[in-house]
Design a protein around this ligand. Structure first.
Ligand code: HAX
Length: 437
């Protein structure tokens, strides 16, 4: 058994009695109430999911296992000479709640290296797509097609005891996570580099190897590490995490669950916002003929977008009420590495004007930028200008947190998810009855 799996087993054994006790002795304790507004309005703020992997505070932003993102980046071990930590270390942290030592990270990195090789049919499935396909459709299908590799499915059909479900789920997760950079970089090669694939380098960690397979020199390896880590988890209610949890709650395997979550991520109000930001910024570049706009020109551009009925991509959030720390972290990187980049200048100017405009516009509850406002311009700077591809990068990162969640879902025996619906007639009656009281 690998060190990580052994550590995880110890944690699971300690955690199970806590969940069991809550269910046995306190399952009727009320934690929240549902309003008509929440039932119709996408269940905003409704406390009805449990995860210990990460927690999102509206004002502070995300914490992974209790650590803020700056703490995560400071504490996790880094490859020699790198500014950013090992992605494999983030997986260790999310899964166990502990900051791994150098040797513990090296073990996980080795485990992942052994599991990288993609079955041949995955390349064939990717090749079979028309080149006009959106990368996210290809990504989701490539993952889905590996469903036949699932240990969990095989063990389930052979009659594995429920207490052991987490074990094949862990194996499937490590297999899939190790392969995602290979799939992502091959989709990139197929769509934008005439299928010219760069072979994986067995000596490199996940982030370093992804940069290598993309054919982009340093510091793109650190960009990849930063990108995958900041996108890894955002508690359980966001569409991608919730979709993964929902699908996995039927005991679907990791391939079915992650493929489904990728489809949720591919919507413009969620992960696709990173490509939308670049598309929108390119409009601004064309309008300005490549010049840095004045403040009044940039304000006009933002108002024109709003007045045409569109959202400002990369701004707003369903939970956050402050600048997203994932935005702030990437901005720090840009201030060091992209100071003179034209798109960074645009992005920084937007940061100065958009929040006040959104406040004046009066609709968005959160006028501040989210993670997607900054991530694409870093990719563009390092030559990945095919912005349709950006949400795949988000998907590689997000899979890490979702896999950690799904392994724990299995370990703690979370049941099939099945909330109850009501009809509009019923809501109207409930509304009338409450008025009479
Ligand atoms: N620009 C213009 N209007 C916005 C807005 C924005 N950036 N953000 C919110 N609004 C509008 C909403 O469209 C809504 O309008 P209607 O009442 O006409 O429907 C109103 O303000 C209230 O919305 P809200 O309660 O503030 O926000 P929601 O929780 O409903 O939605 C969204 C959150 C992220 C979807 C929203 O802010 C948005 O559309 N942002 C732009 C797209 C984006 O950046 N998405 C990525 C978010 C981060 C993420 O998940 N990354 O994957």
């Amino acid at each position: 058994m690998s060190n990580l799996k052994q550590k995880l087993k110890e944690k699971i054994d300690l955690w199970r009695p806590r969940t069991a006790k809550l269910m046995k002795e306190h399952s009727d304790v009320v934690i929240d109430q549902v309003t008509i507004g929440q039932a119709i309005g996408g269940m905003r703020g409704l406390k009805s999911l449990v995860t210990d992997i990460s927690y999102l505070d509206p004002h502070e932003g995300i914490r992974y296992r209790g650590y803020t993102l700056p703490e995560v980046f400071e504490k996790l071990p880094k490859p020699e000479g790198s500014e950013m930590p090992y992605v494999e270390g983030a997986f260790y942290l999310l899964l166990t709640g502990e900051i791994p030592s150098e040797s513990e990270v090296a073990d996980v990195a080795d485990e992942f290296k052994k599991r990288r090789i993609l079955p041949r049919y995955v390349y064939e499935v990717i090749d079979a797509f028309p080149s006009i396909s959106h990368p996210m459709a290809i990504f989701s299908t490539a993952i889905l097609t590996m469903h036949r590799e699932s240990f969990f499915s095989k063990k389930y059909h052979a009659g594995i005891p429920k207490n052991d479900y987490w074990d094949p789920m862990y194996e499937d997760s490590c297999n899939l996570l190790a392969k995602l950079p290979e799939i992502a970089s091959y989709i990139y090669a197929k769509l934008y580099r005439d299928g010219k694939r760069i072979q994986s380098n067995p000596n490199l960690d996940m982030g370093g190897n992804f940069a290598h397979m993309m054919g982009i020199p340093a510091p793109y390896d650190d960009v990849a590490r930063m990108h995958f880590i900041i996108h890894a988890d955002h508690e359980s209610g966001n569409v991608s995490a919730h979709t993964g949890h929902l699908v996995a709650s039927t005991l679907s395997d990791i391939y079915l669950s992650i493929s489904a979550m990728i489809n949720g991520l591919a919507g413009p109000l969620h992960g696709l916002a990173n490509q939308e930001v670049l598309r929108w910024l390119q409009d601004l570049v064309h309008r300005m003929d490549g010049k840095v706009p004045t403040e009044s020109e940039i304000k006009q551009f933002v108002w024109d977008t709003l007045n045409s009925g569109q959202v400002i991509p990369g701004y707003g959030h369903a939970v956050l009420r402050k600048t997203d720390p994932r935005y702030a972290l990437q901005r720090e990187f840009c201030l060091t590495h992209l100071k003179d980049d034209l798109l960074f200048k645009y992005t920084d100017m937007l940061y100065k004007v958009v929040p006040d405009i959104l406040k004046e516009h009066g609709k968005a509850k959160n006028p501040w930028p989210n993670v997607d406002a900054q991530s694409g311009i870093i990719q563009w700077h390092y030559g990945v200008t095919e912005y349709d591809f950006y949400t795949i990068l988000f998907g590689v990162g997000r899979s890490i947190g979702i896999a950690a969640n799904l392994i724990w879902d299995r370990a703690l025996g979370y049941p099939l998810e099945r909330p109850k619906s009501v009809t509009t007639d019923m809501l109207e009656k409930i509304a009338m009855d409450s008025k009479m009281k």
